[in-house]
Ligand binder design. Structure first.
Ligand code: CU
Length: 464
C-alpha cells in the first residue's frame, strides 16, 4: 500500500515507480498496463473475464469494455483521456474528447471485493481528473480536481486505487473543467458485478449512457457553452438510426442500465412491457420497494436500471419520451405552417428558384421521406426506415428485438419482426359513414344505427 504522496509521485513518474513485483518486471513497458484503443463504433461482443471472479459481462451499445490485467490480485486498467473522432452516426463524425479512442469511454467491469488500480494518462491539451460517480472509496481517490488531488497535467499519468466494496452500476467522468470536458463527450460506465453470481442474475445486461451534443450542421466540434438547447441527443455518443438494436431471446431475463450525464432529465419509455427499477447508482432496490413502470425518468447525474422477462416477441420501440429528443439536428426558430396555404407564394418563389419545395403545411412527416441535399457531416432531422415505411425518428431511439431462439451471446441484428397474420393493425376498406360531432361524454363513434350507441349508455348505467 502506498500513501497519497507516494501515489502522486508515482503518477508524475508515469507509473513506473509502481513496478515492484515479478509480474510487473516481466512486462516490457515499464509497468503501465497496455492502453487498449477501440477504432470502431460497433457494439463489441461482451467479454467474459479470463481471470479473476466470474461474472456475466454487460453489453455497451455501440461501445466496448476495457481489458484489464491481474497484477498480484489487483485488477489493473489503463484509461487514456484524449481527443477522439467518434462516428455519432454512419454519416456523421464528431471531433470529441473521450477515452481510449472513443466517446463514450470504454466500460470498466470488475467484481465486488476486487481491488482495482486505474492508470489515467492525460493526452488532452489541459488538465483533467476522473471522478468515480457512486463508488464508495477513500476521499483522495474521488477525482475532484483541486479537492481530492491536483488536476492531472497534460502528458502525465495518475493512478487511482481502491477496493470495490459494493456491487452496482456506477459512472466515471472528469471533475476538472467539467462543463467543457463533459460537453466534449468524456464519460463512461463502471460496472461492479456481485461477488455472488446467484445474486439477481440476468441473461442480457445492456448499458445506455444518455449524453448530448450541440454541433452545427456541417461542423465537427460541439459548442461547449450550450446549456440546454442541444441539437444531438445521443445514447453512448450515437444517434438513431445508427444506434444498434437491443437483441434479446424470448424468455431471457433482461436488464437495461441507463445513466444520465446530460443537463436535463430523460423519461425513457419502452414499449411492449412493464418493468421495475432494480438498481440506482446508489445500489440495488429491494424487491418490496419496487413498483411497475413503462416509463422511467432518469434524473440528471443519475442511473436507473430496470429488468423484465422477455416474454413478448416483437419489435418494441425504446426511446426518450421528450419528442424533441427523438429528432436529430434541427432549427428551433422554424415557424409553424400547419394549415397555411403556400400555393400562391410557391408559384412566385419558383419563378426565381424552380426547385423550391413548400414544407410544413400538413405537418413535418414529409421531412422523413424526402432526401434533400444536406451539408457535409450531418444527418436528417428524422430518419430510419422500418419494414412498413419511415420511422420519422432520430436521437434517443432504438428497437428492442425479442425473438425465439437467439443463442446466448448473439447480439447480431435479426432483422425486422414479421407480425403473425391477424396481429397487425389493418386498413378498414369498408364504407365510411358521414361523421357528426359527438354530442357529449359517453358517446363513441357515431354509428348508422342507434342501437349500438344506446347499448353503450346501457352499459355505463349498469355500473352505477
Ligand atoms: Cu430525452
Amino acid at each position: 500500500m502506498m500513501n497519497r504522496r507516494q501515489l502522486l509521485g508515482a503518477g508524475a513518474a508515469g507509473g513506473a515507480a509502481l513496478v515492484s513485483t515479478g509480474a510487473w518486471s516481466k512486462t516490457a513497458n515499464m509497468g503501465l498496463p497496455e492502453a487498449a484503443v477501440m477504432d470502431s463504433p460497433a457494439t463489441q461482443a461482451p467479454s467474459a473475464p479470463a481471470t479473476g471472479a466470474p461474472y456475466n459481462p454487460v453489453v455497451t451499445l455501440n461501445g466496448w469494455t476495457l481489458p484489464f490485467r491481474m497484477n498480484n490480485g489487483v485488477k489493473e486498467f489503463h484509461l487514456v483521456a484524449e481527443p477522439v473522432e467518434r462516428a455519432l452516426a454512419d454519416d456523421m463524425t464528431a471531433y470529441l474528447w473521450g477515452y481510449n479512442g472513443q466517446s463514450i469511454g470504454p466500460t470498466i467491469e470488475a467484481v465486488e471485493g476486487d481491488r482495482v488500480r486505474v492508470f489515467v494518462t492525460n493526452k488532452l491539451p489541459e488538465h483533467t481528473s476522473v471522478h468515480w460517480h457512486g463508488l464508495i472509496l477513500p476521499s483522495g481517490m474521488d477525482g475532484v480536481g483541486g479537492l481530492s488531488h491536483p488536476g492531472i497535467p497534460p502528458g502525465k499519468t495518475y493512478v487511482y486505487e481502491f477496493d470495490l466494496v459494493k456491487s452496482g452500476t456506477f459512472m466515471y467522468h472528469p471533475h476538472a473543467d467539467e462543463m467543457v470536458q463533459m460537453a466534449m463527450g468524456m464519460m463512461g460506465f463502471f460496472i461492479v458485478h456481485p461477488r455472488d453470481s446467484a445474486f439477481m442474475p440476468v441473461d442480457r445486461d445492456f448499458l445506455i449512457m444518455l449524453n448530448a451534443f450541440d454541433i452545427d450542421p456541417g461542423s465537427y466540434v460541439p459548442k461547449i457553452m450550450t446549456m440546454t438547447d442541444f441539437n444531438l441527443w445521443t445514447w453512448n455518443s450515437r444517434i438513431f438510426p445508427s444506434i444498434d438494436p437491443l437483441v434479446v431471446s424470448k424468455n431471457d431475463r433482461v436488464r437495461v442500465r441507463v445513466g444520465n450525464l446530460t443537463m436535463t432529465n430523460h423519461p425513457i419509455h419502452m414499449h411492449g412491457y412493464d418493468f421495475e427499477v432494480t438498481c440506482t447508482d446508489g445500489g440495488w432496490v429491494r424487491p418490496e420497494a419496487r413498483w411497475p413502470e413503462v416509463t422511467i425518468d432518469i434524473p440528471v447525474g443519475a442511473m436507473r436500471a430496470y429488468e423484465f422477462d422477455a416474454v413478448h416477441v416483437g419489435d418494441w420501440a425504446i426511446h426518450c419520451h421528450k419528442s424533441h429528443h427523438t429528432m436529430n439536428a434541427m432549427g428551433h426558430d422554424v415557424p409553424t405552417f400547419i394549415g397555411v396555404d403556400k400555393s400562391a407564394v410557391t408559384r412566385k418563389i419558383r419563378l426565381l428558384q424552380p426547385e423550391f419545395m413548400p414544407m410544413g403545411s400538413t405537418g413535418m412527416a414529409e421531412m422523413a421521406e424526402m432526401s434533400m441535399p444536406l451539408p457535409d457531416n450531418t444527418v436528417p432531422m428524422m430518419a430510419g426506415w422500418g419494414p412498413h415505411g419511415p420511422l420519422e425518428m432520430g436521437g434517443m431511439f432504438s428497437v428492442v428485438k425479442v425473438r425465439e431462439g437467439i443463442s446466448a451471446g448473439d447480439y447480431s441484428d435479426p432483422g425486422w419482426y414479421e407480425n403473425p397474420p391477424g396481429t397487425q393493425a389493418w386498413e378498414w376498406t369498408g364504407e365510411l359513414p358521414d361523421f357528426s360531432r359527438a354530442s357529449g361524454p359517453g358517446t363513441d363513434v357515431p354509428s348508422s344505427g342507434s342501437s349500438a350507441r344506446s347499448s353503450g349508455h346501457d352499459g355505463h348505467s349498469g355500473h352505477k
